[in-house]
Design a protein around this ligand. Structure first.
Ligand SMILES: [Zn+2]
Length: 330
């Protein structure tokens, strides 16, 4: 996802976490290390940035909202604040490198240039390997005053236990559909909000991200492929090959959501009329072909394959994808 913008307020569904954090700050109970955990697309980075702004701002109001005007706010808005760092895995490596962390640690040990907070946000903290985490732990054990480390992560169990245990943890759960939908209506021009939330359930920021043209095209292409698979118009080995060359983790995620909807439709006998016709057609075709047990079995296989792809633990991607798609031939 694109790096998020600064807003002086948390998102509407983050009020509880904001109040809790501010309470801790007022009572001087704010830890030097925070871990924000929750699914992708719920706005953890936005929240962390709003917090950074609130702490840096020289004239934040009683609700800790930054003014956006003072010199500290301006430095942040221009991305030139010398005491603020935002790091994330580099695109190609997918891991946070030990060099990145070492540099950070030495920065944190120096006095702040503006005389206030030193704040570091580490996105996708599960990508810190043992060496990187150990380097960080030292700073956590002897924190400087006014230093704050904020780790962001999707699945808390994936963060190294040694790191986790030293953090104050704040949870950011999936956003309720009506709340997500209201926010999307106010913040993007899309007319297909139900569809966007179908592919980004509980994750309004991810749904907004999906409104970009290339995502819509990618999604429509794969919806047509899934329909072709279920109507036996395409060879599952062919679809596996195409998938392997075209963001397989995302394609399997789409497929997983569609199969989930098939299972839900069978279980509740309620048809989602709000969804576009091509999605409804796939769901109907799936439940006409397979029983609930058969769908569940395929769903579990799909989930496992998706996890393997995400962890990059599969040595043969092609074979893994073939095993997924071949199951949909009757
Ligand atoms: Zn300000």
């Amino acid at each position: 996802m694109h790096e998020s913008i600064y807003t002086p307020v948390p998102l509407p569904w983050q009020q509880e976490q904001w109040q809790l954090l501010m309470q801790n700050q007022r009572a001087q109970r704010l830890s030097h290390a925070l871990l924000f955990t929750g699914p992708k697309g719920v706005g953890k980075a936005q929240f962390a940035k709003a917090l950074a702004m609130a702490l840096y701002c020289q004239q934040a109001n009683a609700q800790y909202q930054a003014c956006l005007q003072c010199s500290q706010c301006q430095l942040l808005l221009n991305d030139t604040h010398p005491d603020y760092f935002y790091i994330h895995p580099e695109e190609t490596s997918r891991i946070i490198k030990i060099e990145q962390v070492r540099q950070l640690v030495s920065e944190l040990q120096m006095t702040s240039q503006q005389g206030g907070w030193k704040i570091v946000i580490i996105d996708r903290a599960e990508q810190l390997n043992t060496a990187a985490a150990n380097a960080l732990l030292k700073t956590l054990e002897e924190p400087r005053q006014n230093s704050l480390l904020i780790l962001l992560n999707e699945q808390i169990s994936q963060v190294l236990a040694t790191l986790r245990s030293r953090c104050q943890i704040y949870k950011f759960p999936a956003v309720k559909t009506d709340q997500a939908s209201t926010w999307l209506k106010q913040n993007c021009e899309a007319s297909n909000i139900e569809e966007l939330l179908f592919f980004a359930p509980g994750a309004p920021l991810l749904a907004k991200h999906f409104t970009e043209a290339n995502f819509a095209e990618h999604r429509q292409h794969w919806l047509a492929q899934f329909q072709a698979l279920l109507t036996q118009k395409i060879d599952p080995l062919m679809i596996a090959k195409q998938c392997s060359d075209d963001e397989p983790a995302r394609v399997l995620w789409y497929w997983q959501l569609l199969v989930t909807a098939m299972i839900q439709t069978l279980a509740t006998t309620v048809t989602r009329q709000d969804l576009p016709e091509n999605i409804q057609a796939i769901i109907q075709r799936g439940i006409a072909l397979f029983t609930a047990d058969e769908l569940l079995e395929r769903w579990q296989h799909l989930l496992k394959a998706h996890q393997q792809l995400m962890m990059q633990s599969s040595s043969n991607k092609q074979l893994l994808l073939e095993s997924v798609f071949i199951q949909w031939i009757k």
